[in-house]
Design a binder for this molecule. Structure first.
Ligand code: KG4
Ligand code: ZN
Length: 354
């Protein structure tokens, strides 16, 4: 099998070719970070127009890198939700056009399911880790979502949300704090880099919601506390003070994510915790989660860095199972509920206010 994945839900235009066993044959990502950076967040109108410009080039690129022609495809998988509607429509319409012209089956994929299954992707040449066994608990932390899931298999019906954020997503909190500290957009990777050499105990910040027994998150309070801290003390006076503040902030976010994720894994009696989404690229989250999970007999599995942030390989992989089962959404709107996880988070993806 050879699946073409297409992803345009937010600020990355991506295409990938993935084979039946999850091997990434070729992939391409055009990032819009530079386009949105001056605004401190994603501007939906600019995102849609940039997807229009780049969707054909990224698709061409994956075929030329692989030395394959579209006739080799078994089917097409495209992100159908959640996301910015104008941005999603670019990918969906291109995918539908291709499927029609090539007479290939097409399936719509929930972007969140893509993130949850990214851990199964195999990148030739990259060190391989043993794939997780179902069922596992997954922490999905990205710019638009933060939630915990029990994943019993790759189908929508096998994925259950255990708890989600009541307000801001973890990545959104990183980005807003990055903007507050004048670190540019997106703030997550910059804060991660600065925090590495900072002292997390140099600044005392309150913990974001850590009630025992609750698997819900809330990061808006921490964001407000950072604003209050800056209003009171001013921006950090030197490089070390900036690193310390980033380290203190990051420690609060990371420890809260780990604490709740381990609570969920123990409650669900699973021995594997999967980290997914852009925030799973965070160095401290990757290191500390593994160390804190081990004493509980829980193994933490994290996708390679490039599979954490938005990409089309994960979309192709998530669509693979339905295509292999002979399913085809060609006649449907592709945004129908059976292709999507129930949306229970209060703030939907794409509703970020910058
Ligand atoms: O999954 P993703 O690429 O897009 C969404 O689906 O939202 O996640 C992007 C988010 C951004 O908020 C970005 O700041 C965050 O992931 N992120 C990080 C790191 N790398 C990306 N957050 C913390 N540490 C990182 N190293
Ligand atoms: Zn994403």
């Amino acid at each position: 099998m050879l699946i073409l994945g297409i992803e345009t839900s937010c600020d990355e235009t991506a295409a990938a070719l993935v084979s039946g066993d999850g091997t990434v044959v070729s992939d391409a990502v055009h990032s819009q970070i530079k386009l949105h950076a001056p605004y401190g967040g994603v501007v939906p109108e600019l995102a849609s127009r940039d997807h229009l410009r780049n969707v054909r080039p990224v698709i061409r690129e994956v075929f030329s890198k692989a030395g394959l022609s579209p006739s080799a495809l078994s089917g097409i998988a495209v992100t159908c939700r959640p996301g910015l509607s104008g941005a999603l429509l670019v990918g969906v319409q291109v995918a539908k056009g291709l499927a029609f012209a090539l007479d290939k089956p097409i399936v719509g994929v929930d972007h969140l399911v893509g993130h949850l299954l990214a851990v199964f992707l195999k990148f030739p040449g990259a060190p391989t880790q043993p794939a997780p066994e179902y069922p596992f608990v997954a922490l999905l932390a990205s710019g638009g979502h933060t939630a915990l899931y029990r994943v019993a298999g790759p189908a929508i019906a096998q994925i259950n949300e255990l708890g989600a954020t009541r307000d801001d997503a973890a990545g959104e909190c990183f980005d807003k704090v990055g903007k507050l500290l004048g670190l540019g957009y997106p703030g997550g990777p910059v804060i991660d880099r600065l925090a590495k050499d900072g002292n997390p105990d140099a600044v005392q910040l309150p913990w974001p919601m850590r009630r025992k027994g609750s698997l819900e998150f809330s990061f808006s309070g921490l964001k407000s506390n950072m604003l209050r801290w800056v209003n009171e003390h001013g921006l950090p006076k030197d490089e070390q003070a900036q690193k310390d503040l980033c380290a203190a902030f990051q420690r609060r976010v990371v420890d809260t994510l780990i604490w709740k994720a381990l609570e969920a894994a123990r409650a669900e009696r699973v021995s594997t915790l999967v980290l997914a989404g852009g925030v799973a690229a965070n160095r401290e989250l990757r290191e500390r989660s593994a160390a804190q999970a081990a004493p509980h007999g829980i193994r933490v599995v994290v996708p390679p860095f490039k599979a954490c942030t938005d990409n089309a390989s994960m979309i192709a992989y998530a669509g693979l199972h339905r295509l292999a089962a002979g399913e085809n959404d060609a006649g449907a709107l592709l945004m129908s509920p059976h292709t999507c996880l129930p949306q229970s988070t209060k703030k939907g993806r794409g509703k970020r206010d910058n």
